[in-house]
Design a protein around this ligand. Structure first.
Ligand code: 5GP
Ligand code: ZN
Length: 136
């Protein structure tokens, strides 16, 4: 896609620090890392988000993440990683080319995740009723 920054990275019109590449997938260091080694994993073809991404591409990406993530965390001597997917602008997606973030995690790195809170009486059942019949 013409105006897509990640398509430009795929076409090597914009440089990146390439972590991994094959015919279908590219992984490169995030330009503004949450932690050292923060890596983006993208399909080479342009899809806006997870809902556009064909299942076969999703399978390929997961398989590659399983290869890449252990190297990333070992390389930066991290203890674990978060696999983040911001799906849609309101969810924090800034680049409209599907990507997963591999964010290495270190003990006491201060990268707090959101806290949840329990449902009130009957709330879970009411929400479930609205959602489950819509699954196709
Ligand atoms: P999003 O908010 O869409 O989930 O994440 C987009 C990510 O892409 C951000 O973490 C941002 O730092 C990264 N990013 C944006 N532009 C570039 C770029 O030109 N090069 C690289 N390597 N990362 C980028
Ligand atoms: Zn793109």
């Amino acid at each position: 896609m013409e105006d897509c920054i990640f398509c430009k990275i795929v076409k090597e019109e914009i440089p990146c620090h390439k972590v991994y590449e094959d015919d279908d997938v590219l992984a490169f260091l995030d330009i503004s890392p949450v932690n050292p080694g923060h890596t983006l994993v993208i399909p080479k073809r342009h899809y806006v988000d997870l809902l556009e991404l064909p299942e076969t591409e999703a399978q390929t990406l997961i398989a590659r993440i399983k290869k890449i993530a252990p190297a990333v965390i070992s390389g930066v001597e991290a203890k674990a990683f978060n696999l983040n997917l911001n799906n849609g602008k309101i969810a924090g997606q800034e680049v409209g080319h599907f990507h997963w973030h591999i964010v290495p995690r270190f003990e006491s790195d201060g990268r707090e995740l959101w806290r949840g809170q329990p449902y009130g009486e009957g709330e879970a059942e009411a929400i479930l009723e609205k959602i489950k019949n819509l699954i196709k």
